[in-house]
Design a binder for this molecule. Structure first.
Ligand code: OGA
Ligand code: MN
Length: 212
């Protein structure tokens, strides 16, 4: 049996992460995944791409499902709880750990985590939106972990989070984790190169029910 290593020093930064999330509605953790871990996930997503497993994402899950390339350019594949590489299972465990900590310290009632692999081809973006929308009020915290190596400002693809009249710009640097309250408006700027990530949401009810 493969042993899943417990979150690399997650205890050292989890408290800080949660403090920032509570105080500013968003938080950033560089090197949440090591270079080796990010590359392992990246390789897995690229293998899925070769198998044509990534599908064009729509806006607003099943209801009013509408594929509008100019508004949202990413391709996704939902992550199953079983049958994923060890590194992804370890990532999911880290999310569970953070959710439990959030429940204890911020009196949230997070119950589950849903996530997909995400690929933005060159020259795509995701216009300003919220992740907690009319037909899905169950997403409380959005989480993105970036995977593409060596990201430069000139590569574009920044995540912009809007909060209390300020715009916060986040470079999708390899291994960086960003968490924010799902009701905040945010957008992904046009990317000048292929952009890979895991995107997930902490939910206040079991994941399968959110598709209803
Ligand atoms: C999303 C999203 C942000 C990012 O998928 O809903 O806003 O930086 N992603 O990829
Ligand atoms: Mn979003």
């Amino acid at each position: 049996m493969t042993t899943i290593k417990f979150p690399r020093n997650i205890n050292e930064f989890a408290d800080q992460l949660i403090d920032n999330l509570a105080a500013h509605s968003y938080a950033l953790q560089p090197n949440f995944l090591s270079q080796e871990e990010s590359n392992a996930v990246l390789k897995h997503i690229q293998a899925l791409q070769d198998e044509d497993e990534l599908k064009k994402a729509g806006i607003g899950k099943q209801l009013k499902f509408d594929v509008r390339e100019n508004l949202r350019g990413d391709f996704i594949r939902w992550i199953s709880k079983s049958d994923e590489p060890v590194i992804v299972q370890s990532f999911l465990q880290r999310m569970d750990f953070l959710m439990q900590l959030l429940n204890r310290t911020c009196f949230l009632s997070l119950k589950d985590f849903e996530a997909h692999y995400t690929f933005y081809p060159t020259n795509t973006r995701y216009i300003k939106h919220r992740d907690r929308f009319q037909h899905n009020a169950h997403r409380l915290i959005s989480v993105v972990c970036y995977l593409a190596s060596d990201w430069k400002v000139a590569d574009g693809g920044q995540l912009i989070i809007y909060n209390e009249g300020e715009a916060h710009e986040i470079l999708p640097a390899q291994g960086t984790l960003v968490c924010f309250r799902s009701e905040l408006e945010h957008e992904v700027l046009l990317t000048n190169r292929e952009r890979y990530s895991i995107t997930g949401w902490m939910l206040d009810q079991p994941a399968k029910l959110t598709f209803l």
